[in-house]
Design a protein around this ligand. Structure first.
Ligand code: URA
Length: 441
């Protein structure tokens, strides 16, 4: 072959040099096809992790990742669409509720999702706990469903950004996931490969997120926004709290049950607040509403049943059992052992190791360690206590849903060790820490 040597690219990054766009594009393209193997690809990822990639390098990498596969557009759609993505969190059931809520507000959501990996859950896994529900929709099926129902949540085809599949697995295996440019390129390549009218990003910050501090999360938010600008795509980014689980449920069927409660106006916590915030931001951009009136519209759609009705229509359109909206417990799988969670001491909940809770739920069978592992939809945990709440050993603050008594014992130990309880009073952390509006707003 020609004189191109991938080792020169690795060496340049190893030594902290800025790579030319064409070298990066060629390298990433060759990783995607297998021409450059896992060894050199992993060495490159570690060099990029340690030395960083600047904005132009991150854009070149993102472009090369998109070019590695197919892109998706919805030429048949007559309505403007929004796509939403989270960088990954614990009890992050936002999409399950946001898609039908936005549909109830007259917006259209075409959401292509991934599966859970590590301690973070995946929307597809949660949705598939509804018996019969399919997520492998074709582009035409998504178009028809979005026109008819207002929303579809489907699996992103592996033919879209195949480079991310290869790179993500290598990053997972080489401890190079939590890098701002690598996450930005991974997330945005998948969003930019799908032609929608607005990208909404939820960048998580805290103990349950890849970015542990607000400062790092804001840097990730800005990197994502810079990529959207480079591709001339409207994108709004929220940086939100993941210093504790967002909702209460950490599992799969448990999250669906929580979404049903939320969509029916019966859940009033931080998960609802964030779902309302994001729906209102989407309506502000796509529907020309003021943020205040869009917020009121979103609150109303949750409280008057229209958002729940849209969820039922979406579930039915994807082949799932619509009765899940009336009586989730009769439709969703449930675990044989349900163990109450109590604290070991009295005091105020000061801090939560959300990643540890994600790991606890994963150990019960709700998550996967390796891509392709099976998951158990019925198991997981529900923790109602939030930072600032008063705890007492006599108070039940949640439940563990397990296959065996041993599993429940292990989960209870993990949950208790994830909770820091103090004698002092503690203020709850702010939910939305920053909002980077789409260009022009
Ligand atoms: N989510 C992604 O899609 N990619 C990452 O790298 C991290 C979170």
């Amino acid at each position: 072959v020609s004189g191109w040597d991938p080792r020169a690219v690795i060496a340049a990054k190893r030594d902290g040099r800025v790579l030319a766009a064409e070298d990066l594009e060629r390298f990433v393209g060759a990783v995607a096809t297998g021409e450059v193997g896992d060894g050199p690809a992993a060495a490159f990822l570690m060099a990029a992790f340690l030395r960083g990639l600047d904005a132009s390098e991150t854009l070149a990498m993102t472009r090369a990742m998109i070019a590695s596969g197919e892109t998706v557009s919805f030429p048949g759609l007559t309505v403007p669409t929004v796509d939403k993505h989270s960088t990954g969190g614990v009890a992050d059931g936002v999409t399950l509720a946001l898609a039908p809520l936005a549909a109830a507000m007259g917006l259209a959501v075409a959401k292509l999702s991934g599966r859970g990996l590590g301690h973070t859950g995946g929307t597809l896994d949660k949705l598939e706990s509804i018996p019969g529900l399919r997520t492998d929709l074709t582009t035409q099926e998504i178009e028809r469903q979005v026109e008819a129902v207002g929303c579809a949540v489907a699996a992103q085809s592996s033919a879209v950004v195949p480079a991310d599949g290869v790179l993500y697995a290598l990053r997972d295996a080489t401890a190079t996931v939590p890098s701002v440019p690598l996450i930005a390129a991974s997330v945005m390549s998948k969003k930019l490969a799908v032609a929608t009218d607005l990208i909404l990003l939820d960048v998580k910050a805290g103990s349950g997120a890849f970015m542990k501090t607000t400062e790092d999360a804001v840097a990730l938010a800005e990197a994502c926004l810079t990529l959207a600008r480079g591709a001339r795509r409207p994108c709004g980014v929220a940086v939100t709290d993941m210093s504790q689980p967002l909702g209460d449920a950490i599992g799969n069927a448990l999250d669906v049950a929580e979404a049903v409660h939320l969509l029916g106006g019966r859940h009033r916590g931080r998960l609802r607040a964030l779902v309302v915030f994001l729906a209102a931001r989407a309506a502000e951009h796509l529907g020309g509403e003021s943020f205040e009136s869009a917020t009121a519209l979103a609150e109303r759609a949750l409280d008057d049943g229209t958002a729940l009705e849209r969820f039922g229509a979406m579930v039915a359109a994807q082949g799932g059992d619509r009765r899940v909206v009336d009586d989730p417990a009769s439709v969703l799988p449930s675990a044989p052992i349900v163990r109450p969670i109590t604290a070991t001491t009295a005091g105020t909940l000061a801090a939560v190791d959300a990643e540890m809770l994600g790991v606890a739920s994963g150990a019960l069978g709700a998550g996967r360690v390796r891509k392709g592992d099976p998951i158990d939809p019925a198991v997981g945990l529900v923790l109602e206590a939030k930072i600032g709440d008063a705890l007492d050993p006599s108070l039940v603050v949640g439940t563990i849903h397990a296959r065996t008594e041993d599993d429940a014992d292990g989960a209870l130990l993990r949950v208790r060790s994830a909770l820091t309880i103090t004698g002092a009073s503690v203020d709850p952390p702010p939910l939305v820490q920053a909002w980077l509006a789409p260009e022009g707003e």
